[in-house]
Design a protein around this ligand. Sequence first.
Ligand code: SF4
Length: 291
Amino acid sequence: MATQSKAKFLTDVYTLLKRRYKPKADRSSAARLSVLKAVVYGICHEATTREQANQALSRFHDEFFDWNEIRVSSLEEIQESLAGIPEPAERARRIRRFLRQLYNRTYGFTLDALTKKPLKEALKVLQTYDAFQSDYVTATVIQQALGGHAIPIDKDTRRALERLGISEPTVAELRAVLERAVPKNRGGEFLDLLEDLANDTCVEGEPECHRCELRKICPFALARKHEPAESTTPGRAAKPRAPREKDQALRAKDAEATPPSPAGHPKKNTPARAARPAPQPPKPRGKPEAK
Ligand code: SF4
């Protein structure tokens, strides 16, 4: 798909998804997160819903005195705030690792001076932290804290995009395509809508295309619609193939009427031959016996 047609296609996707899912609050007026919170939010949000990630941030706020207390807590204690989120142990480890790296370098818990620097410069500093090995966390921080244009992509949104025919070899390349096609002022809302799609109908395994707003433009749904019924509906009993069965019955009848060939195979379409008379024993030669 050419860049221009990708942009047009993604605009159609945006319009249709907006129609289905409730419009979100005006994101341009939404308060930015601090860099630190955006890192923790990114770690919590990858492959989960934003509601789950927000809940985790609230629990950290309610259950710990401050970020330093999280830094010195056990992984088990941190995991408790991540209840309901997949892979809580790994996420707890990454959060604590980031807080420890930050404290060891700055003796504090703020990185907000970076928001005043040019984006490239700020990223150069941030990418020295292990948490930024994740492209999802990097994009979340750019979008939520640094005021740049980024659309974080996780495995769920990537799956939906691939079914929609937007695929690239790496997440970074896919993100670059999206960021060119979707303008910055729509980036946040586009991401929310894409997440809603991935968690609602374009789920892992079997997508629920019949109730998806995109089914008329989605290559995956259109291809499935044109597949033969037998392959799209496993388990449906195949229709009886009467002509074929009739053929087999006729062939069986022929075989009965036809004697086997010398090789043991019945000859087709050969009328049955009259049986030859059995050979007679040879007559004894010499004089006839005297009576
Ligand atoms: S039509 Fe189906 S495959 Fe396409 S985006 Fe919707 S749910 Fe996903």
